[in-house]
Design a protein around this ligand. Structure first.
Ligand code: C6P
Length: 418
């Protein structure tokens, strides 16, 4: 049987929706985009939704008593409903639009954290967290006198849950964990982590930046307390993200930012906050990016997250095989069964930045550096890695090209050194 016929989706057909993927760069080399963990590309359908909004429906939301503002508000609120359904949240009011995962996490640290975390309390993060899910907790610990602890990883890049049990205590207020590591690709056992944290009386924040576009998010199945997402990592524009939390938690939390929209009433010396979700959406929100996020969700749903995940596993397996064939390549992260479409590696004798530069010459876009995870890289014993990351629009041919380009890059380095 034709190998392509057995794939869970048709990447070539989907690529036709992404104009940027037919770009040629340098001296007419086709672009191979292997940096979707940094940001995904956008399909025509999302771009069209943005253009259509600006051309026909754009005004500020929730403010005007005029036709255009009603149109804009309807589209904005439809996008909120799309997000609600996408993450299986019980209520639309629990979906807060932010500007991205970083802001969502900072909102929780500032609002919930400042109100609930005291000297001697403990917050648990993991060694593999992105700085966005680490620094806000360090800042909260500094402000409150709380102690920040970290779940370690084993040599496979998986969390050591026995050590997590030892860290949990009646002082633990919050556990902050990513659903998928942006470097190792590790898929963390969120339901199990939530079960253990809740048993100890702690809340759980899930950084879903790297999982939301690649595998189903079900906030009710996870049973987590806070979930943070970025639109630009799931086909939507930059500048929009989501914070989901349970209504009772959000109701009890003080507003994060003050300003327009987030109030019910204001006097010269005091204010009364608005109901959810407006209470956490001060100022003019990211109207068009949010509408773009709604269109992105429609696009992803039309393919199906199960198929996307299954296809990414095929790409990841091929990447592991191809990198192993190059020789002198060390891959970080867990076995394939527990790995998303993210592969970080080092090449013996070649700095990660040089790897990225040499690949770029062949049209291949990868990321190199610490990927905003300096403590994780310290644990891995390296200062930098090269990282390839996939989405449904990547092809097996592109992965094979990566292998050949890497072998060439190694050759260039060997010759330079000789
Ligand atoms: N990771 C990467 O190349 P923002 O920037 O707010 O949209 O997302 C921050 C963030 C939070 N958590 C995880 C797990 C992430 O991967 C990211 C963003 C990008 O890996 C840019 S550093």
């Amino acid at each position: 049987m034709d190998a392509l016929a057995t794939l869970p989706l048709d990447p070539q057909a989907l690529r036709a929706d992404f104009p940027i993927l037919s770009t040629t760069i340098h001296d007419n080399v086709p672009l191979v985009y292997l940096d979707s963990a940094a940001t995904t590309q956008r399909p025509r359908q999302v771009i069209a939704a943005i253009v259509d909004t600006y051309e026909r429906h754009y005004a500020n939301v929730h403010r005007g008593i005029h036709w255009l503002s009603d149109q804009s508000t309807d589209l904005f609120e439809e996008a909120r409903e799309s997000v609600r359904a996408f993450i299986n949240a019980p209520a639309r009011e629990e979906v807060i639009f932010t500007h991205g995962t970083t802001e969502s996490i900072n909102l929780v640290a500032r609002s919930w954290g400042d109100a609930n975390v005291r000297t001697g309390d403990e917050i648990i993060a993991t060694v593999m967290e992105h700085h966005s899910n680490l620094v806000p907790w360090q800042q909260l610990a500094e402000r409150s006198g709380a102690v920040l602890r970290h779940i370690p990883i084993d040599d496979n890049g998986e969390l050591i849950l026995d050590e997590f049990d030892k860290l949990l205590s009646e002082r633990t207020r919050l556990v902050a964990v990513s659903a998928v590591s942006n470097v190792l690709g590790t898929i963390n056992p969120i339901e199990e982590i939530v079960r253990r944290a809740h048993a100890a009386g702690a809340l759980v924040l899930v950084d879903a930046a790297q999982s939301a576009a690649h595998m189903p998010t079900d906030v009710q199945r996870w049973n987590a307390d806070f979930v943070a997402i970025s639109g630009h990592k799931m086909l939507a524009p930059t500048g929009v993200g989501v914070l989901w939390s349970r209504r009772e938690l959000l109701d009890a939390m003080p507003p994060f930012l003050g300003g327009g929209s987030m109030i019910r009433r204001v006097k010269l010396d005091s204010f009364e906050p608005a109901d959810l979700p407006a209470k956490f959406e001060a100022g003019t929100p990211p109207i068009v990016p949010a509408i773009g996020l709604g269109a992105a969700i429609d696009y992803i749903n039309a393919i199906g997250l199960e198929k996307i995940h299954a296809y990414e596993q095929i790409l990841t397996r091929r990447a592991h095989d191809v990198l192993a064939d190059v020789g002198g390549v060390k891959i970080f992260g867990p076995p394939l069964e527990n790995k998303a479409g993210i592969v970080s590696f080092t090449v013996e004798g070649v700095h990660a930045h040089d790897v990225a530069q040499l690949l770029d010459r062949q049209g291949i876009a990868v990321r190199a550096g610490h990927h905003c995870t300096m403590p994780l890289h310290k644990r891995l014993g390296v200062t930098a890695t090269a990282r390839v990351s996939f989405y449904f629009y990547n092809t097996l041919d592109e992965i094979d090209l990566l292998g050949r380009a890497l072998a060439d890059a190694k050759g260039v380095f060997r010759r330079r050194k000789a």
